[in-house]
Ligand binder design. Structure first.
Ligand code: CA
Length: 220
């Protein structure tokens, strides 16, 4: 899962980015409203953490533009304690949740996960399909009750595909989900991870649709 943090306080930003990465997210950070707008136009994120008081362009403005072009990317608004009106305005402008500063990093991660579940239409944290189970919180995977050891990127690919079995994700979309801006992307990296996942979970578990992308078939 790829998170974008929009925050002008460097201390907060470094803490959040570190925590997200420790929890297996690809996480990127921009510190002003103009850079945020460019980032959001440039690629797909699974979740956005948005501070409202930003240099160059207000967070509410950024959110309104995003929703104005029917972009449904989940957004958590982050504001200071006394800014109730701002939080309300954020929710009314299309934010999905909010967090009050100063916040606990564990709560931020938990809310982010909960929002990702809701936006995927799931209420149960553990993802399960075709005998494969994945727990995003403990980062454990089982294949027919046997534990499976995955690399961080293999896990990220599997998590993205398990969000919605039957849905096809292009290679580009998978790359967007698993890599941050600073990651080196090998030219056939996604194929390599898919290959490893098939070896560990069964050759039919992930289907390739030539020229389109990958999916976990609803019927094996
Ligand atoms: Ca701020």
């Amino acid at each position: 899962m790829h998170a974008l943090l929009i925050e002008d306080d460097q201390m907060i930003a470094e803490g959040v980015v570190t925590a997200l990465r420790q929890e297996g997210f690809a996480a990127d950070w921009v510190s002003d409203g103009v850079a945020a707008t460019e980032a959001l136009r440039g690629r797909h994120f699974d979740v956005v953490l948005l501070d409202l008081g930003l240099p160059k362009r207000d967070g509410l403005d950024i959110l309104r533009e995003l929703r104005g072009r029917k972009d449904a990317t989940p957004v958590i608004v982050v504001t200071a304690r006394d800014e109730v009106r701002e939080r309300v305005a954020g929710l009314n402008a299309g934010a999905d949740d909010y967090l009050v500063k100063p916040f606990d990093l564990d709560e931020l991660i938990a809310r982010t996960r909960s929002l990702l579940r809701r936006s995927a239409g799931r209420s149960v944290p553990v993802m399960e399909h075709g005998g494969v189970r994945l727990d995003p919180v403990t980062r454990a995977v089982w294949n027919r009750d046997l534990p499976v050891v995955l690399s961080a990127k293999e896990f990220a690919v599997l998590e993205a595909l398990l969000q919605k079995p039957g849905a096809v994700l292009s290679r580009q979309r998978l790359e967007d989900r698993i890599y941050g801006w600073d990651d080196q992307i090998g030219s056939n990296a996604v194929e390599v991870y898919i290959h490893a996942l098939r070896r560990k979970l069964g050759s039919g578990f992930i289907r390739t649709l030539r020229g389109v992308g990958y999916c976990i078939p609803l019927e094996p």
